[in-house]
Design a protein around this ligand. Structure first.
Ligand SMILES: [Zn+2]
Length: 206
């Protein structure tokens, strides 16, 4: 579902009509998945000066084949209301992995993680452990990609204004997956529409 909005260029102040996706269904519009992963869906190019502007909007990302739903909405959006009810009552939705994110970057990351066939809870634990080992106060570490015959995982993080990268072996992912599987309390807290982020993982591991 698309609606139109007016975008104002951050550079020249010129305006243009921009596409805002209230929902993104990648079964009916498969090309949108790539646009989400590249971040293009959250940008528009000013026709007056060529500047690529960022935009943000609330949206529901839906991949029926992967049974994946990701709600992008403001952090203050209450989850105990109708949306959470919908996910806990509707039988068809109970088979879904449902996530709540509040930044476009988080939506992009989630889609990349699931596209790579990975589990975002395991990735959060990988990030948690990686940050602990680095002994630095790092916020905003994100999954970037998995590649190569060894399934090497690349994470990115901001440091002093730059974007840094760190690679972790797939064995780290497997170890983290094992830790989560042996911890039933985590599964219990992971049903319905869940926010899975650094804060989520820190309630289980300190
Ligand atoms: Zn412009």
């Amino acid at each position: 579902m698309v609606s139109a909005a007016t975008g104002t260029c951050t550079r020249c102040g010129g305006q243009d009509t921009v596409k805002v996706y209230r929902s993104i269904n990648v079964a009916s519009q498969p090309e949108l998945k790539e646009e989400v992963m590249s971040g293009a869906v959250f940008t528009w190019t000013c026709p007056h000066c060529g500047t690529v502007n960022l935009m943000r909007f609330d949206t529901l990302y839906h991949d029926p084949d992967q049974k994946l739903m990701i709600l992008l909405a403001d952090a203050g959006t209450p989850l105990n209301g109708t949306i959470q009810d919908m996910f806990s009552r509707d039988e068809a939705l109970q088979a879904y992995t449902a996530r709540f994110v509040s930044e476009p970057g988080e939506l992009i990351e989630k889609v990349k993680i699931f596209d790579a066939g990975l589990d975002d809870m395991v990735i959060e634990l990988c990030k948690h452990i990686t940050i602990m080992e680095m002994e630095k106060d790092i916020k905003g570490m994100k999954f970037f990609r998995m590649e190569g015959a060894d399934n090497e995982i690349t994470l990115t993080y901001p440091l002093n204004g730059d974007m840094e990268m760190i690679n972790i072996g797939f064995n780290v992912y497997e170890d983290c997956r094992g830790i989560l599987q042996r911890n039933p309390a985590i599964k219990e807290k992971s049903t319905g529409l869940v926010r899975v982020d650094a804060q989520w993982v820190s309630q289980f591991f300190r």
